[in-house]
Design a protein around this ligand. Structure first.
Ligand SMILES: [Zn+2]
Length: 435
């Protein structure tokens, strides 16, 4: 499966005819840029970046990159430009973190969940996240959100969507039937993949805990998805199940918090991505420890929190070493926030990147995990992930130097997606509104 096949099948769909841009002939020139282009190379100082319509038309040192007379010039001297960020693991329609998980005593209905999704998408874009991969949503709503984005009815990142997870009975997420579709048997698995693709899935998400599916069922899911030109993201955390998923040929391991050396070597050999979601584990660990220490917490709550603390101690014993080992081996690392759980804030990718740095990645490696490598994980590396001539013009501007302080990504001043200014507070908050 080549990246071009995926791009033609999926990436092009997400930006039909470049409609997010201001159209051919609309030129923007960013001058005085310190460009960190997402490939992990040295930054380019005092660069000029020229956007023509929805794409990058020129990128180079300011002294020999002329600015056309008809270009709108945005001076970003002293600031850093990066590719638009890519979050590989979000759930735009999750609403469970909201305290009022019912409306007037009734469960959330589809329109209300869709409104939450619209709000999430807007928050993501404001945070400089210009592409997301939604790896489990409430029913089919995410495909409607994608339609709304494509039609220009709502604002948000480019969206690659899986729809609900496909899981075996007893597997991950089965307590949430709207999120996880229970499927058993090779024929049923193939049928479910076909139906998800027919409904609009850009990728297939499977959830796998501990060998609930046979190897044949796993292989059927992956084979059917690949036949239909879709990648497979697999929620899996423990070593034996990770090996089964890798043997079946999944394209990304989601979470993988207890991954060990042999699986990392297999991932390197197969080019499989490890989409690390460290921040959510960090938040969960903090929350469990607080519950254990809470004198007012009921005893059964404390007992279950204690079990979670023990699990997280294992995770944190493993994760930093695994990240360093995986990086040294050359495993493809991708960044995902797993946002929208009670523990994690909205648009949490910058926090995830800070967390990755804390456990062993360099800032440049963390940035790559959310830009060029993330684009490769989705299969749209020919179109997104770096600031390069010909690619779709997605970029952000921040103060400071994220290569020495990854926290600089938490305050994004300018967001351009597909050549369109989506946020501009370069001159302070009062200047918002695409000026
Ligand atoms: Zn998730």
């Amino acid at each position: 499966m080549s990246s071009r096949d995926l791009r033609d099948g999926v990436c092009a769909e997400s930006d039909p005819r470049g409609r997010y841009g201001d159209g051919p002939g609309m030129k923007i020139a960013l001058t005085g840029c310190r460009l960190v282009d997402g490939r992990g190379e040295d930054p380019l100082p005092d660069a000029t970046i020229l956007l023509d319509g929805s794409r990058f038309a020129a990128v180079g040192p300011g002294v020999n990159t002329p600015v056309p007379a008809d270009a709108r010039v945005i001076d970003v001297a002293g600031r850093t430009v990066l590719p638009g960020l890519i979050d590989l693991h979000v759930h735009t329609t999750f609403y469970y973190y909201r305290r009022d998980a019912t409306v007037h005593g009734k469960p959330y209905n589809d329109p209300r969940i869709a409104l939450v999704g619209v709000w999430h998408l807007e928050q993501l874009l404001e945070a400089g996240i210009t592409t997301v991969r939604d790896v489990a949503s409430c029913g089919q709503l995410v495909f409607d959100l994608k339609w709304g984005l494509g039609e220009g009815l709502i604002r948000g990142p480019r969206l690659w969507a899986a729809g609900p997870m496909i899981v075996p009975s007893g597997g991950h997420g089965t307590g949430f039937p709207e999120l996880a579709r229970e499927v058993n048997g090779v024929t049923a698995v193939r049928r479910a993949v076909r139906e998800h693709v027919a409904a609009g899935a850009d990728l297939i998400k499977i959830g796998y805990l501990q060998d609930e599916w046979t190897v044949e069922e796993l292989e059927a899911a992956v084979d059917q998805a690949h036949r239909m030109n879709r990648k497979v993201a697999c929620h899996v955390n423990y070593a034996p199940s990770i090996t089964n998923a890798l043997n079946a040929g999944v394209d990304s391991i989601e979470h993988g918090c207890l991954v060990t050396g042999p699986e990392l070597e297999q991932m390197r050999d197969q080019g499989t991505f490890w989409v690390v979601t460290s921040q959510i584990f960090r938040e969960q660990f903090t929350e469990c420890k607080a519950l254990v220490a809470d004198p007012l917490a009921p005893r059964h709550v404390v007992a279950s929190a204690q079990a979670q603390v023990r699990r997280h101690e294992l995770i944190w014993d493993n994760m930093p070493g695994a990240i360093r080992h995986g990086t040294a081996l050359g495993v493809n690392i991708g960044a995902g926030s797993d946002m929208f759980f009670p523990h994690v804030g909205i648009a949490a990718l910058p926090l995830e990147l800070a967390s990755l740095v804390e456990i062993g990645l360099s800032p440049a490696e963390a940035i790559r995990a959310a830009t060029s490598s993330a684009a490769q994980c989705i299969g749209c590396q020919d179109e997104l992930g770096t600031v390069e001539v010909g690619k779709l013009a997605d970029l952000i501007v921040v103060d400071g130097d994220p290569l020495s302080d990854i926290g600089a990504l938490q305050e994004v001043l300018l967001v351009i997606k597909g050549g369109k200014v989506e946020k501009n507070v370069l001159n302070g908050r009062g200047s918002a509104g695409g000026s």
